[in-house]
Design a protein around this ligand. Structure first.
Ligand SMILES: Cc1ncc(COP(=O)(O)O)c(C=O)c1O
Length: 277
């Protein structure tokens, strides 16, 4: 496997990272996962914009240039012969003697990118299963940092329960999934948590909101409760890898009829059409 590392493409085995890299010591870094469909990057500009925002929020500089990164990723896609897959991009603050505060002078950020095949999600067609898990993460999850332990523990809970995803709640409020955004439908209206610091503003979430608006489906970006989740007519999750995955069961209890609902089908099909374009 060949990867992009700090300006050049090389075999993975040739990449050397210091144990003093702040990504390793503190989780002091950010990342993006971009979909590859038919050998092309999907919604890349939005991912570059979010990466730039994450870096700015953490004052990690200088920012790697999106154009150069994209070119390197296209080379990797070509070299690795990827058709449907993902590109992973990570930027850490870099290597410096360990102190909590930002090192001065600032180290040069370490930039990694690689591609891998990634199949289209199966649960899209059969409907996915979720478990409800308390959201124990920090309060700036709008920044896409590599600090993912809360997400990791939640996803592990889902996996141990034989489910596809963990739906997180802070007290009464449903925030998002461990690696996805959550939408519910009630009485023909779609609800999803607003893009505050309590969720990651998913690129798929943004695209789905636009598709719903284009289809004339009423959408309200407002926090909803666990009770509303249980009472929902339909539930789905969105992410770069899960796309639009219907959730038909939570904690082994069916949502409404336990079948994939009409609004979910509509948005899933519209998203699939956007991907195929
Ligand atoms: C916590 C969290 N929320 C939401 C998402 C969905 O974001 P996107 O649609 O940009 O993949 C992700 C993606 O990994 C995530 O980790």
């Amino acid at each position: 496997m060949r990867v992009y590392w700090n300006g050049s493409i090389k075999p993975l085995e040739d990449v050397r990272i210091s144990p003093l890299d702040r990504g390793y010591l503190f989780g002091d870094g950010v990342y993006e996962v971009i979909r590859i469909y038919g050998g092309r990057l999907f919604a890349a500009e939005r991912h570059w914009a979010r990466l730039a925002r994450s870096l700015r929020e953490l004052s990690i500089a200088p920012e790697p240039e999106a154009e150069g990164l994209e070119q390197a990723i296209m080379t990797l896609i070509h070299e690795e012969g990827i058709h449907d897959g993902i590109a992973y991009v990570q930027v850490t603050r870099g290597e410096a003697p360990r102190t909590h505060a930002f090192p001065n002078p600032a180290p040069w950020p370490n930039v990694l990118a690689y591609v891998q095949p990634y199949p289209r999600p199966e649960a899209i067609m059969r409907g996915g299963r979720a478990v409800l898990v308390p959201d124990i993460r920090w309060h700036r999850v709008d920044i896409k940092t590599v600090n993912l332990l809360g997400n990791v523990l939640a996803k592990q809970r889902a996996q141990e329960a034989g489910a596809d995803e963990a739906i997180l709640h802070r007290g009464e409020i449903v925030t998002e999934g461990s690696a996805s955004n959550v939408f519910i439908v009630r009485g023909g209206i779609v609800f999803t948590h607003p893009a505050t610091t309590a969720i990651l503003n998913g690129i798929t979430r943004q695209l789905v909101l636009e598709l719903l608006q284009a289809q004339g489906v009423p959408v309200v970006e407002r926090p909803f409760t666990v009770e509303a989740l249980w009472a929902a007519d339909e539930v789905w999750i969105t992410s770069t890898t899960a796309e639009v995955t219907p959730i038909v069961e939570i904690d082994r209890v069916p949502i409404a009829s336990g079948r994939i609902g009409p609004v979910t089908s509509l948005v899933r099909d519209a998203f699939m059409a956007a991907v195929a374009r």
